[in-house]
Design a protein around this ligand. Structure first.
Ligand SMILES: CC(C)(COP(=O)(O)OP(=O)(O)OC[C@H]1O[C@@H](n2cnc3c(N)ncnc32)[C@H](O)[C@@H]1OP(=O)(O)O)[C@@H](O)C(=O)NCCC(=O)NCCS
Length: 171
């Protein structure tokens, strides 16, 4: 990307962010509690993505690309490794609500969270959802539209609802 392209893409606030992190963040991206979001160099975040650490943290490793309209809720802490490809409309939700107290509104019941860890060179297909407590190993792939409830070993392709192993990948 040329310098003029970088400047065209960024507002003044984003220019400051770019100078601080060397990450490219599109104009309409929302980074709530930005001090709790760590962007490594060459991270790229596309338009309409929302990242909310919710008093925990979201760390995104170098070279990782996050597509349009992703939603990342960090309550239990989220680490995304280097050189990952997160396709558009992916949700990464490190948060669950208790639902055991009948008659009480779900949003008034306690929250619970463990956090989510995504390794290096992971490709998450469009509209997939990654739920709390999941770890995804290096070089793995999550198919489009999958719901990932259980951890995924390294070098594994999973897909479906719930996501299941489809095949092993060459490391
Ligand atoms: C996961 C993916 C890479 C697999 O591609 P592939 O290796 O060519 O897989 P195949 O098409 O040979 O499918 C293998 C099996 O997995 C199933 N499968 C593949 N992708 C699936 C998905 N997203 N959800 C559910 N099942 C899926 C197939 O139905 C097939 O099942 P079968 O053997 O019972 O018929 C691809 O399907 C996918 O989801 N790509 C994401 C694309 C995307 O999000 N692009 C955005 C740009 S970053």
């Amino acid at each position: 990307m040329t310098l003029s392209e970088v400047i065209r893409l960024l507002t003044k606030k984003k220019v400051i962010l770019f100078l601080r992190t060397r990450a490219i963040v599109d104009r309409t991206v929302i980074l709530a509690q930005s001090k709790l979001i760590h962007l490594a160099p060459r991270v790229r975040i596309n338009n309409y993505t929302v990242i909310k650490p919710h008093n925990a943290f979201v760390r995104i490793g170098k070279g990782t690309i996050i597509g349009e309209s992703c939603v990342i809720y960090g309550h239990g802490g989220i680490t995304i490794g280097d050189n990952c490809l997160i396709a558009p409309n992916v949700s990464i939700m490190a948060i669950e609500h208790e639902y055991s107290e009948s008659g009480k509104l779900y949003f008034n019941q306690p929250l619970k969270f463990k956090g989510i860890k995504i390794g290096n060179n992971v490709w998450i297909g469009a509209s997939a959802t990654i739920l709390d407590g999941v770890e995804i190993g290096d070089n793995s792939i999550v198919g489009a539209g999958s719901v990932v409830r259980k951890s995924v070993p390294a070098n594994t392709l999973v897909a479906g609802v719930p996501a299941k192993e489809i095949k092993k990948l060459e490391p």
